[in-house]
Design a binder for this molecule. Sequence first.
Ligand SMILES: [Zn+2]
Length: 276
Amino acid sequence: MSSATPAPGPVGDTLRCFVSRLGSVISFVSVSDGVHVLRHPVLDVNSTLVLGEEHALLVDTLSCSSQAIALADAVRAVTHLPVIVVNTHVHFDHTFGNAALSCRLGLTDFFAHPTVIDELAYRAADVRADAYRLCLRVAPDIADEVRDTETLVPNRPVETQVDIPLGGRVARVRHLGPAHTPGDLVVVADDVVLAGDLVEEGAPPDTAGADLDGWVNALDTLLPDMSGPVVPGHGAVVDANFVRRQRDELFAMARGKSAVSLRGVRTFSVVGGSQL
Ligand SMILES: [Zn+2]
């Protein structure tokens, strides 16, 4: 598991600190103008807030209700704008906070790929059971809560691309084909790319069940327009050079030349059949 504390930003950038149920201090940190990342210590997963003049966009909702309640409070410490949610993919650490966030903040708009909507609508019990079994090995402190978490099915499908006006800026939500999962979404807001688990820092990308060729193609599509910060699904904010190296590692894996990344191995990423 990676460090519990994100890299400190400039003075004044820490917008909200609170103590998680595991006793670790976490905070939203500004990574660009109106873009703030909350890097959660459990599974080192990111939730990102993009601020417009009229709406805020929250990308990914953490792993369970208690995390999401803390996330909701952190959001409200930053902004009182109406919040729209995007789930980058179906994995529990990016979607299982939906219901608690909806309840806490009165949210009504949850964007996701149609495959995510179908999974949570028709296979929620299986998704929850898979998440529970995985948590027993990689995050046992939250396993029981994940097993009992109420899921909320997103209601705004994104087939290929949707532009979400936030007031003064637009968040472009794109599906670039099957990659880490069948239904990955990325969000582009000005020069910032929120990549979901198409990019992972601090550990090799989770390729269990992935479409490696599709993943490489997706990164090839994104890379020419990457000029600013890239927020990965897990770990620290990176840039295009990091993404290019990860693309090359995935390409090598797809060609059978390399099965293991040269970077460090996060505890949960070496678990067979990982679904993070
Ligand atoms: Zn994932």
